[in-house]
Design a protein around this ligand. Structure first.
Ligand code: CAA
Length: 248
């Protein structure tokens, strides 16, 4: 597959995906979703992978769904475009290893939904967030009306959705939309540090949150136990006891 919009490279078991359509503020069009869908499948086949970092080139992380493309759509195409976005973003949610959004600039509309679909958001001081769809006579279509309130709580989500206000990285940090704000030149380095997590945590967190508490505790115990069969866990504990860094 010849990717036109996404650039990707893998360094030390972390895959970096860069949305590279800077002239259109990395607006999310049909080609973006096709490429992201394929790239995620491709990366999921790499059993060595420990994390994925998604970022954008230029001034934007992604300034939303492609308004020019949407302006040509009617009900059926609009619904299908929404379904496609939901399906691809759900793939990020269910991706076997943690996915970190390294938000370099504007994360508006569908761009904010993309960031919210990631497990963790690290923002540069230049990042801006918002759900401006109402100002276009639209609503979010990539699960934003549902995932945003489940991420930051209903009241703050309602505020962003109803007002369409664009907020700074610091404000996004205050309401829990981002987990860390860093200088622009250290964004990828910080995201990489956070990315060094083990994938079992993601499975426990995601699957456990859909279960009653006692069932989720059983899942935790069973996954906790299964880790004792892995070389990684043995090495992690042994390294601590020998006062050295784990050799992963
Ligand atoms: N779709 C298509 N093109 C877009 C775009 C988008 N979402 N956002 C920016 N662009 C294009 C602009 O049209 C412009 O193209 P031209 O150079 O050909 O004129 C180019 O990118 C640069 O943009 P600006 O000149 O506007 O740059 P700026 O620095 O003045 O402003 C911005 C940057 C604040 C991000 C502004 O571009 C903007 O407000 N963009 C739209 C944000 C938005 O409303 N997003 C929500 C989309 S709807 C949605 O996402 C629905 C959904 O959930 C499914």
């Amino acid at each position: 597959m010849d990717y036109q919009i996404l650039k990707s490279n893998t360094k030390q078991q972390t895959a970096f995906i860069t949305i590279s359509r800077p002239k259109a503020m990395n607006a999310l069009n049909a080609a973006f979703f096709e490429e992201m869908d394929l790239l995620l499948d491709d990366l999921a086949d790499n059993k060595e992978l420990r994390a994925v970092v998604i970022t954008g080139e230029g001034k934007a992380f992604a300034a939303g769904a492609d308004i020019a493309e949407m302006s040509e759509m009617y009900a059926r195409q609009g619904e299908a475009f929404s379904n496609t976005g939901q399906k691809v973003f759900n793939k990020i949610v269910a991706f076997p290893v943690p996915v970190i959004a390294a938000v370099n600039g504007y994360a508006l509309g569908g761009g904010c939904e993309l960031a919210t679909a990631c497990d963790i958001r690290i923002a540069s001081t230049k990042a801006m967030f918002g759900q401006p769809e109402a100002g276009l006579g639209l609503i979010p279509g990539y699960s934003g009306t549902q995932r945003l309130p489940r991420t930051i709580g209903k009241a703050d989500a309602a505020y962003l959705l109803f007002t369409g206000e664009t907020i700074t990285a610091d404000e996004a940090l205050r309401i829990g939309l981002v987990q860390k704000v860093v200088e622009a030149d250290s964004l990828l380095e910080e995201a990489t540090k956070v990315a060094e997590t083990i994938k079992t945590l993601k499975k426990t967190l995601n699957e456990g949150m859909q279960m009653p508490f006692d069932e989720a505790e059983s899942l935790e115990s069973s996954l906790f136990g299964s880790l004792f069969e892995t070389a990684e866990t043995r090495e992690g504990m042994e390294a601590f006891l020998n006062k050295r860094k784990p050799n992963w």
